[in-house]
Design a protein around this ligand. Structure first.
Ligand SMILES: [Zn+2]
Length: 95
């Protein structure tokens, strides 16, 4: 197998894309501080709550597949983000 064909396939955790996709909406709804530090803390917290969902991605189709996930999976993602937001709101890592 040559290097080019190896590079066409990457293994990707679509939970990360989904957290990013719903994060802005959740931040706006909860009126949370959206500085880089708080957003990073919320992302890390949410991703630690969620099972990783690795897919083999070729031609950037991973996100399309992720969006086709079940309603329950989406609800889990949004609830993990919300839990992270509440935690960071109570304990921001800055003044
Ligand atoms: Zn902040």
């Amino acid at each position: 197998m040559n290097k080019d064909s190896e590079n066409k396939y990457t293994v990707k955790n679509v939970s990360e894309d989904l957290v990013d996709f719903y994060l802005d909406e959740c931040l706006a709804r909860h009126g949370t501080c959206s500085c880089a530090r708080c957003v990073a803390d919320i992302r890390a917290y949410a991703l630690n709550q969620l099972p990783p969902r690795y897919v083999v991605s070729s031609a950037g189709n991973a996100f399309a597949r992720a969006r086709a996930m079940s309603t329950q999976a989406k609800a889990d993602i949004i609830s993990s983000i919300t839990a992270g937001i509440n935690l960071v709101k109570q304990n921001p890592r800055h003044d």
